[in-house]
Design a protein around this ligand. Structure first.
Ligand code: TIU
Length: 228
């Protein structure tokens, strides 16, 4: 049995191919100036720190041909899937659907909505477009995971306490065994990231596990050695 050294205790990896990597919303809208994150008043440069770690995880998963899911938070051009409560929330000058320097904010197909080039999905990897914070809300993610026999999710991306945490909670309620990769997720607020990691693992892993990417990569290596 391969396991990842994790909080609050070891995370047992399935040996039958039931493991997937999910990368939440690593799109220009959250990581670059002129996008949604910037419009909300955040320092978007903070999120760049996890890009090298995500590249390492992607490389390892691709090398072992393990399933990879990318998500994009976005809305249809007519904003029919954007509730007025979401569009009108806050007091920023640029709202969802408005035109900014990278095109219309958080609208599917606009330059700012794309995944950053360093983490661009390869053919065969699944891209889930989602109108909400959680990746299960109004998407076919759950059906796709079940179809592929996936039971275990390594959860990464941005931002930790918004879309990443929401997705991990949704996945946990649906019976998936989830581990949030500590240095493969980031927030505009460092204290919120730390609190989220603590919340996931409190009470015996009430939502799931956390571990650094190095521990994940080490365990994946073992999987290869034992021929799984
Ligand atoms: N604003 C913020 O922290 N996050 C989001 O709006 N979406 C995601 O987390 N992807």
């Amino acid at each position: 049995m391969a396991s990842i050294s994790a909080q609050p205790y070891s995370y047992e990896l399935p040996l039958n191919g039931g493991l997937a990597l999910i990368i939440i919303d690593m799109q220009r809208d959250f990581l670059e100036a002129g996008g949604f994150g910037d419009a909300l008043g955040n320092d978007v440069t903070r999120l760049q720190a996890i890009v090298p770690t995500l590249k390492q995880l992607l490389k390892a998963f691709r090398a072992k041909q393990l399933p990879i899911f990318h998500t994009i938070e976005c809305h249809q051009p007519d904003l029919s899937d954007c509730p007025p409560s979401k569009r009108n929330r806050g007091q920023s000058a640029l709202k969802i659907g408005d035109t900014g320097p990278m095109g219309r904010i958080l609208v599917f197909g606009e330059p700012g909505n794309g995944i950053i080039p360093e983490l661009e999905p390869l053919p065969g990897e699944t891209v889930i477009t989602k109108p909400g914070k959680g990746a299960f809300y109004q998407t076919n993610l759950e059906a796709l995971l079940h179809k592929q026999g996936i039971t275990h999710l390594l959860v990464t991306g941005v931002t930790t306490e918004v879309c990443v945490q929401t997705t991990m909670r949704e996945a946990n309620d649906r019976g998936f065994e989830c581990l949030m990769v500590e240095d493969a997720t980031e927030s505009y607020f460092p204290e919120f990231k730390q609190s989220t990691l603590a919340m996931m693992t409190a009470q015996g892993g009430i939502i799931g596990w956390t571990a650094p990417a190095a521990n994940v990569l080490q365990a994946l290596e073992v999987l290869r050695v034992v021929g799984c």
